[in-house]
Design a protein around this ligand. Structure first.
Ligand SMILES: [Cu+2]
Length: 333
């Protein structure tokens, strides 16, 4: 044992890795798909996994056995040295080729099935921004951010667009990943079996806050989805002057928020998320912070301070200005 401590480290790391597999609360596991697309990918994975596992065990067992069987011993002569064995070489070429062929059949079938355009889908255009997701529903005239809603049991077709760097859109329990590239439009479809909330995130390193570019998908009953669409289409009312929210509303233009953010009936900025109904979301800033007045305060105080690299600048707002702006944001339900 040259360095027993290293072996301990390796052991602890190995056990740690193994323990990860026991996680009970794993909202982003791909191993428990909740829709037909996820299931197709998962069964392909399971099939390939068992073939790979069998090959692994056979090869490793063979290596360990041969090392042990022909290990050096002083009292034993050197084993016969051979070079070339046609039958063996043909076997270990043919068997892997056959295995690849077997794996290729369901792989190709799955690829073609997943590429099919779904019937009667809900259409959502996804735009990846550093570091948040924009969702636009062309059929409903709704634009929102970070949280995407769709009816369960119905196909959703996401059209993916990028505007800055490469991102990757992934809702692990519903579907595979798909890159979101600037200058290129691609599509990915999925469906949730039943209502539920699914977490996802950007899976292509895109800058400082890549890890803070998460997303949340709400699969809803058709009635709940319709209600959500109706609420998102509503034009928010303007708060009465003289109240904190009214002052916040005025600050929204004075402080330049309106230049970057859209609020229906008020402003048309597109640099940041659409805020028309921001307070109806459960979280904000790439699904990083829960939607609470305290968190909004923290955010407005210094966005890049709490979310590194964020494209929303620190606007040097005073405490009172923040109080009023938060009061206004809370009216945007
Ligand atoms: Cu990203």
């Amino acid at each position: 044992m040259r360095n027993p401590r290293r072996i301990w480290y390796a052991l602890v790391a190995g056990i740690g890795l193994l323990a990860v597999a026991c996680a009970k609360h794993a909202p982003q596991t791909t191993l428990k798909p909740e829709g037909p697309v996820g299931r197709k990918i998962d069964s392909l994975f399971t099939f390939t996994f068992w073939i790979a596992a069998a090959v692994f065990v056979l090869v490793e067992f063979g290596v360990v056995y041969l090392v042990w069987r022909y290990r050096h011993r002083d009292d034993r002569p050197e084993p016969a040295q051979v070079h070339g064995n046609t039958r063996l070489e043909m076997t270990w070429t043919a068997v892997p080729a056959l295995l690849l062929l077997i794996v290729a059949v369901p792989t190709f079938r799955t690829i073609f099935e997943l590429a099919k355009t779904p019937k009667d889908p809900i259409r959502v255009t996804v735009t990846g921004h550093q570091f948040w997701w924009e969702y636009n529903y062309p059929d409903y005239g709704v634009t929102t951010a970070n949280e995407v809603h769709f009816p369960a049991g119905r196909n959703v077709e996401f059209t993916l667009k990028g505007v800055d760097v490469i991102h990757s859109f992934w809702i692990p329990r519903l579907s595979g990943k798909h890159d979101v590239e600037p200058g290129r439009v691609s599509r990915i479809s999925m469906k949730a079996d039943k209502p539920g909330v699914f977490l996802g995130q950007c899976v292509e390193f895109c800058g400082l806050s890549h890890a803070n570019m998460r997303l949340r998908a709400f699969a809803q009953t058709p009635a709940d989805f319709d209600a959500w669409v109706a609420a998102q289409k509503a034009v928010p009312g303007q708060p009465p002057t003289g109240t904190p929210a009214g002052d916040g509303f005025a600050l929204f233009s004075v402080k330049g928020c309106s230049g970057c953010h859209t609020v229906a009936g008020v402003s048309t900025g597109t640099v940041g998320p659409n805020l028309s109904h921001v307070y109806s979301r459960t979280a904000f800033a790439g699904d990083t912070f829960d939607m609470t007045p305290d968190n909004l305060r923290m955010w407005l105080h210094d966005p890049p301070g709490v979310k590194p690299g964020s494209k929303m600048p620190n606007l040097g707002l005073s405490s009172t200005e923040i109080t009023n702006l938060v009061a206004y944001l809370q009216t945007l339900k």
